[in-house]
Design a protein around this ligand. Structure first.
Ligand SMILES: *Cc1c(COP(=O)(O)O)cnc(C)c1O
Length: 376
């Protein structure tokens, strides 16, 4: 039997990527910035609607960092961050010399809990420092509780940075994830819903914020014939070659989402009659997920547990991963404040991410076999 490794999240090519890259070479636009970058931004803006302005950058991590810079986060400030996420959500807080304050998840979306968010804000204010920003994440493409979380943020007048790295194409009540926060960010890393090999974007609500983002992303050059700088800049602009990949990918973004959602249906069917395994499901129709990764919770019952299921897949050369390990449990962040109980911890113990992108019929057959053999 074919035993080629099945990966968690592989990119899929439209076939048009190389044409855009070829064009970049033929026109000698092999720089950061350029016509492909501008067209890619334009296509994304079309996707998000008139009110959205997109700055293409070299990674999602740089987009989060720039968002913090644009919000004026400085050394000594406090920034609230969803604990259950990839470290890239939190690292840029430290790049700014600010302090992360981690908040637990709630059980419906697995994202930032609005109640603990408010507890955290109140307590930080009592301690003398009002948090300057909130980083909320749409994990695995699942929108966080937009209305509840934004109600708390609005009440205390704290801007939200919406980490939409995993959620391009996801929606809440028809509105695109990435367009709710003061600033939104996307990632086009190789494992995300579309890729530029490496890349990211900042979504804002005005041309002037976009221009400001561009300024900081290209070394903060003042208007002068020589290189003149009055502020600290960054080299965060997307490359014109990478944007070519992105333009090719934009042609299949709808298909990619469709395919990931079909994988979700496949897993729901597969685990339908399996006791102790639940496929994550959005609580109602308001939440539309791109199903970037399908995730399951495995109850710990004798030999059936998360780790044994993961090992069964691994033995068949199929990659599965535990959910993101919460940041407040990470050695590098363990001394920072945390507000919550143990929802994120419980999810981390029981949760598994399943292969969700670019899978063949043969791959699905192998996945089905593993599950059938494991649960008989
Ligand atoms: C991928 C990811 C990022 C970072 O994006 P890069 O493009 O890899 O820098 C940030 N946050 C989350 C939740 C992610 O999954």
């Amino acid at each position: 039997m074919n035993n080629k490794r099945i990966y968690l999240s592989l990119p899929r090519q439209s076939g048009f990527e190389q044409e855009y890259i070829k064009n970049a070479f033929e026109t000698n636009w092999i720089t950061s910035g350029g016509p492909n970058v501008e067209e890619f931004e334009y296509k994304l803006e079309e996707c998000f609607g008139k009110e959205s302005f997109v700055t293409a950058l070299n990674s999602g991590t740089s987009a989060i960092h720039l968002a913090l810079v644009l919000l004026g986060i400085k050394a000594g400030d406090e920034v609230i961050c969803q604990s259950m996420t990839f470290s890239a959500s939190a690292n840029p807080i430290l790049y700014q010399g600010a302090t992360p304050v981690f908040v637990d998840s709630e059980i419906d979306t697995w994202n930032i809990c609005p109640q603990f968010l408010e507890t955290a804000i109140k307590d930080r204010i009592k301690n003398g420092k009002k948090p300057k920003a909130i980083i909320a994440v749409h994990l695995y493409g699942n929108p966080y509780k937009i209305e509840d979380v934004h109600a708390v943020a609005d009440k205390y007048d704290i801007p939200i940075i919406e980490d939409s790295a995993e959620a391009l194409g996801s929606r809440f009540k028809g509105q695109k994830c990435g367009s709710f926060g003061a600033l939104g960010i996307l990632s086009f890393n190789g494992n995300k819903i579309i890729t530029t090999s490496s890349g990211g974007a900042l979504i804002s609500s005005s041309e002037s914020i976009k221009q400001k983002a561009l300024f900081f992303a290209t070394q903060a050059k003042d208007k002068a014939v020589h290189y003149q700088h009055s502020e600290i800049g960054y080299n965060y602009r997307m490359s014109n070659v990478c944007a070519g990949i992105g333009l090719g990918q934009m042609k299949i973004i709808g298909q990619n989402i469709e395919e990931r959602r079909e994988m979700n249906t496949f897993y729901k069917e597969l685990f339908k009659d399996v006791d102790g395994v639940t496929v994550f499901e959005n609580s109602n129709q308001d939440f539309f997920s791109n199903c970037w990764l399908t995730t399951v919770l495995v109850e710990n019952e004798g030999d059936v547990n998360r780790e044994n299921l993961r090992m069964a897949f691994e033995t068949a050369n199929i990659e599965c991963r535990p959910l993101w390990k919460p940041m407040h449990l990470q050695p590098v962040f363990e001394n920072y404040p945390y507000y919550g109980e143990n929802t994120a911890e419980g999810l981390f113990e029981k949760g598994l991410c399943l292969p969700s992108g670019n899978l063949s019929l043969e791959d699905k057959k192998r996945i089905r076999e593993v599950v059938k053999n494991f649960f008989i």
